[in-house]
Design a binder for this molecule. Structure first.
Ligand SMILES: [Zn+2]
Length: 366
């Protein structure tokens, strides 16, 4: 089985808001959520330590996410969101502290990866991990990704975030002082252009997920460091697509030319917008996810620019993913579907983790 890297999971916010204990399995977390009433306000968890191991998902870009209070969002209660940049900044700083504590207190379950040597030894350790042998299960390697840059006070603060272990920055969740994004279209602002220049000097990966297309083009034009879309599907395959959240084929093509990688979201609301999110999951076949992977490969002419960016537990849960997926442990089924399409062993390895590893290795310090 292939080692999988998942480029987008909102772990820390789930730990803070819903007290999820990701050392447990997804089923155990679901049971606790039901007991505490979390199941009334937040969908059932797809994540858990045992599940990551059973799916051989050994590396995760774990996000730092905070919502602003100014936007209505169908998934997130934004009333509780931050109301100023200062408040955003303070809240975003809670996340690296939480991840540090999580890894320090639970070295058998989680490990922070901030350097090439840490990544290398982590990958070596995972070589002896076997999905159906719990005695071989390993800690999950976490690489921090900031989702939404509104919490960054300015270019001068970037070195502190780098020191805290952040290696990937997504400029937008909602549009903000730096860029246009979901709910708020538009180009990069002057502050955004300055931030992006400073990010390139330090060497962050820039994540364009949630960016408005006008800002995408500005970033593609300005940023000379690595660019990814950590969790965004191709809009051209999504029936009934509306909004500015997903990627046009033109942007995908440009990302491919920049050697970028796109993380595919196996979330029903990102796969077919003609059906209600509450539709039965049997109406969303797993082939919708396989087709997203295949589409990026067709545009690229190779399998070097696509991977997983599940966004699991980031607004949808067990009922919001395609048939056949009950937890993160089922991700390998997507690779099986791709193998049935004729993808080679080497191509599957690239899509499972090789592509995102190539990008992240390029920015990690020795
Ligand atoms: Zn997101």
């Amino acid at each position: 089985m292939y080692l999988i890297l998942d480029a987008h999971e909102d772990l820390s916010i789930n730990m803070m808001e819903y007290h999820r204990d990701y050392r447990l399995s997804s089923r155990e977390i679901q049971a606790i959520d039901a007991k505490n009433g979390v199941d009334k306000v937040w969908p059932p968890s797809l994540l858990g330590w045992e599940d990551w191991n059973r799916g051989r998902v050994g590396v995760v870009f774990s996000t730092m996410f905070e919502a602003p209070s100014r936007h209505d969002d169908q998934h997130i209660d934004t009333n509780k969101g931050y109301k100023s940049i200062q408040q955003a900044n303070a809240r975003y700083w809670r996340h690296p502290a939480l991840y540090k504590r999580l890894a320090e207190e639970n070295p058998e379950n989680f490990r922070l990866i901030q350097t090439q040597s840490e990544l290398k030894s982590h990958l070596q350790e995972w070589e002896s991990q076997i999905p159906d042998q719990p005695e071989t299960f390993k800690p999950i390697g976490l690489i921090q990704l900031m989702e939404g840059a509104e919490g960054i006070l300015g270019p001068d603060e970037l070195p502190l975030w780098w020191q805290a272990g952040v290696r990937v920055i997504g400029l937008a969740w909602a549009g903000n002082q730096y860029c246009g994004g979901t709910h708020m279209p538009g180009p990069l602002t002057k502050a955004g252009r300055d931030l992006v220049k400073a990010m390139a000097e330090i060497g962050f990966v820039l994540d364009i997920a949630h960016l408005d297309e006008e800002s995408d083009w500005d970033v593609l034009d300005l940023y000379n460091g690595p660019i990814i879309a950590s969790h965004a599907n191709a809009s051209s395959l999504v029936k009934g697509y509306q909004g500015n959240r997903l990627l046009s084929d033109a942007v995908i093509q440009a990302l491919i030319e920049r050697n970028g990688v796109i993380g595919i979201v196996p979330g029903n609301c990102f796969l077919d917008m003609t059906r209600s999110e509450t539709s039965d999951k049997s109406e969303f076949p797993l082939s919708l996810v396989v087709d997203q992977f295949d589409h990026i490969c067709q545009l690229a002419g190779d399998a070097d620019h696509v991977g997983f960016g599940t966004d699991f537990d980031g607004g949808f849960g067990v009922t919001g993913v395609p048939e056949g997926i009950e937890s993160i442990a089922d991700l390998p089924k997507v690779l099986t579907g791709l193998a049935e399409h004729g993808y080679s062993d080497a191509a599957l390895q690239q899509m499972a983790s090789g592509n995102f590893l190539r990008v992240i290795e390029s920015v990690l310090p020795a």
